[in-house]
Design a protein. Structure first.
Length: 444
């Protein structure tokens, strides 16, 4: 097993010391045991703990369907939102060419933007596509509407039999409107198990099918996750486990008034990882009027926009840097004869070296500006390493949420906007709420 991830907490030193972390050992051990024994709050949703193993029996079918899509279509339209979207997207964006991306998978149902929708519906008319509609509940408005529209569009170009081949659903085994449509139409489907919550589902068929269609090695991804799971499950000492150290450090920073965490990366390919991480931590911890607000920054780009605030604004922030030790490509910098741009002092260095120095410069500047920071270092940008990262964050957020005293596996607050939206849109059964909202909107 090659550990591809490490955590450096040296620049937390004025806020969190090793002895502070050791002093939290008993509390961390108690929540860790409750998680692993499945006696913690929300324990019905801890199927993700063993997912890197339990999903293995589904790999042959996932790979077979991914190969079929590769042979028969140019694009997979992946319909889903939140946990049914962010995992696959984060993996594909992380592994893809950072400039060109990966257009094998095209996303839909992750918002309700009208112009995007029009463009997507036009796109599917022109292209040879398969569809993977992913919704655990099978009732979420954004993907449900997306699927409604795309079925109508595709029915103009494919027969019902052909659609039966081209549409694959990933949903609950028994409940929800999507399950009903899937069974009635005879679509092929994957099941999201009852004990896997959306934001913990990247290593289930929700994430694995689109990732495989995009051409990435899902076996290596799962091998990385299994190796990190082994570390997380076997190491109980806070200081010996990166996931426990990260969770405990966050808890102590929050106790000291640090209410916002910025996940700051120097790698553009990590942008969507931060989006996935924001959902994982935001939905898991932000409840009962507590929790650390998860934010993100793309560096060095955002040093020229958010950098001023990070250096000198309100001190409610802490920062977690995310770096990749070995870039895939070395881009050398050469001297030029007249040194007109005065950059010859960089001669014989590389772009990667400049980026690494930018990280060091920033972490020390922020530390000196009273912005405590830690760093998650990934050895490289590949599937195995990403599997370790996914599991590391899932385990850490479970510990972190339990330390805060919340159920990390539910998301009751997400319902509020949905109820209002259904009422305003006139969904049957929401008449009373619609009347109450209408009064509020009129200012009565
Ligand atoms: O983490 C979660 O459970 C949520 O964010 C869901 O993933 C999101 O709301 C989408 O739900 P569904 O897959 O039921 O359409």
């Amino acid at each position: 097993m090659a550990k591809q991830l490490s955590l450096d907490i040296a620049l937390l030193q004025d806020y969190v010391t090793e002895s502070d972390l050791e002093n939290l050992q008993a509390k961390v051990s108690a929540v860790r045991e409750s998680l692993l024994n499945k006696t913690c709050a929300g324990s019905d949703y801890t199927g993700w703990i063993d997912l890197p193993w339990s999903v293995e029996s589904q790999l042959p079918v996932i790979k077979e369907i991914a190969a079929e899509i590769g042979d028969r279509a140019d694009h997979l339209i992946s319909i889903g939102i939140g946990g049914s979207y962010l995992g696959a997207r984060s993996a594909i964006d992380f592994l893809a060419d950072p400039l060109l991306g990966n257009d094998r998978v095209v996303y839909f149902g992750h918002h309700i933007g009208s112009d995007y929708t029009a463009s997507l519906l036009n796109f599917v008319q022109q292209k040879n596509v398969y569809v993977n509609v992913i919704s655990k509940s099978g009732t979420t408005m954004e993907p449900a509407l997306g699927f409604h529209l795309i079925r109508e569009a595709l029915a103009k170009k494919y027969s019902r039999d052909e659609l039966r081949t081209r549409i694959i659903a990933t949903t609950d085994k028994a409940s929800g409107v999507l399950r009903g449509i899937t069974d009635a139409e005879g679509y092929r489907s994957f099941i999201i198990e009852d004990d896997i919550g959306g934001r913990f589902s990247v290593l289930s068929p929700s994430g694995l099918l689109p990732i495989a269609v995009a051409g990435y090695d899902i076996e290596a991804l799962l091998a990385g996750a299994r190796d990190m799971a082994h570390i997380c499950k076997s190491e109980a000492a806070v200081l010996a486990s990166d996931a426990l150290t990260y969770a405990a450090a966050r808890y102590l920073l929050f106790q000291k008034g640090k209410q916002v965490e910025i996940l700051a990366s120097f790698e553009p390919s990590a942008h969507s990882i931060a989006e996935w991480w924001k959902q994982l931590f935001g939905e898991s911890e932000g409840k009962e009027r507590t929790g650390i607000y998860p934010a993100s920054a793309n560096l060095t780009t955002d040093l020229h926009s958010l950098g001023q605030f990070m250096q000198e604004g309100s001190r409610c922030l802490f920062e977690t840097f995310f770096t990749i030790t070995a870039a895939r490509a070395r881009v050398p910098i050469h001297a030029i004869d007249d040194d007109a741009d005065q950059l010859n002092f960089l001669a014989d260095q590389s772009v990667e070296f400049v980026n690494q120095q930018a990280y060091s410069a920033t972490s020390y500047a922020h530390y000196e500006g009273d912005l405590p920071n830690m760093t998650i270092r990934l050895a490289k940008r590949d599937e195995y390493t990403l599997g370790q990262l996914f599991y590391f964050f899932e385990f850490a957020v479970a510990i972190s949420g339990l330390l805060l005293g919340v159920n990390p596996f539910d998301q009751p607050g997400v319902e509020a906007y949905k109820q209002n939206m259904f009422a305003l849109l006139g969904k049957p059964g929401y008449e009373e709420r619609r009347a109450a909202l209408a009064k509020k909107i009129k200012g009565e």
